[in-house]
Design a protein around this ligand. Structure first.
Ligand SMILES: Nc1ncnc2c1ncn2[C@@H]1O[C@H](COP(=O)(O)OP(=O)(O)O)[C@@H](O)[C@H]1O
Ligand SMILES: [Mg+2]
Length: 222
């Protein structure tokens, strides 16, 4: 099976004022094409740091990361940004939506950045918001939405451009159990359609059911 993403001996040390923090320690990981990988582990175990490294959002201390067999070390920052924009999606633990834009406009952004026509971008955005149960919030701004609704808008934005890999950091953290189940079900169906791989850091037991690979992180180690 093809790997979308592979990391070898990946480490990250934060140089804190007193003692350095080894947040990620010699991690080896493979994300297969079309599969869902679930990453669990208690708070502070290094999950968010690992996801940021894998998305190229944070500089590693050592190790290698390959995206579709290409090492990040061989990409300059412009190429890496381009790769992320066109072929990756990311949901931050604290979903960053643009406050002055509506739900549809927020979701359209990745499409507009990838040169879609505005009309098509809006259509596609409506479609995915619909799938995630947000047809009643198309033209609302983040300040007018609940935490769970904002989280679903962030999820929609991360995958509207059908990227090969979507990385989600605790995507159902703000959702009640029933809504979380609904979102997980629609996520599963949606990624099956667009054939994306998912990497999800979560404490949500509901993800177990759709997981192809479950990894446990403990003090920076998998
Ligand atoms: N920017 C940073 N600077 C210094 N330490 C950090 C930074 N980000 C995370 N850490 C530390 O790295 C460890 C792992 O954090 P994190 O990756 O956020 O874990 P998790 O997502 O599993 O809760 C923690 O000890 C945290 O304090
Ligand atoms: Mg985290």
């Amino acid at each position: 099976m093809n790997n979308i993403l592979k990391a070898n001996q990946l480490s990250k040390t934060f140089n804190a004022k007193t003692i350095p923090i080894n947040a990620v320690k010699e991690v080896n990981i493979k994300i297969h094409e079309g599969e869902i990988t679930v990453l669990t582990g208690r708070s502070g175990s290094g999950k968010s740091t690992l996801l940021h490294l894998l998305a190229g959002l944070e500089q590693k201390t050592s190790g290698t990361i390959f995206y579709k067999n290409q090492s990040y070390d061989d990409l300059n920052s412009k190429k890496l940004t381009e790769l992320r924009r066109s072929d990756m999606g990311f949901v931050y633990q604290f979903h960053y939506l643009l406050n002055e834009l509506t739900a549809i406009e927020n979701v359209s952004l990745p499409l507009l950045m990838n040169n879609f026509e505005k009309k098509e971008a809006l259509e596609k955005s409506k479609e995915i918001l619909n799938t995630l149960g947000l047809s009643h919030r198309f033209s609302h701004k983040p300040s007018e939405m609940s935490g769970g609704e904002k989280q679903r808008v962030a999820i929609a934005r991360s995958m509207v451009h059908s990227p090969s890999l979507v990385i989600l950091d605790e995507p159902t953290g703000d959702l009640d159990s029933k809504t979380s189940l609904d979102v997980i079900e629609s996520l599963k169906n949606y990624v099956k359609d667009i054939k994306s791989s998912l990497l999800i850091a979560t404490h949500d037991e509901n993800f177990k059911e759709i997981s192809d690979q479950t990894l446990i992180m403990d003090s920076g180690i998998i």
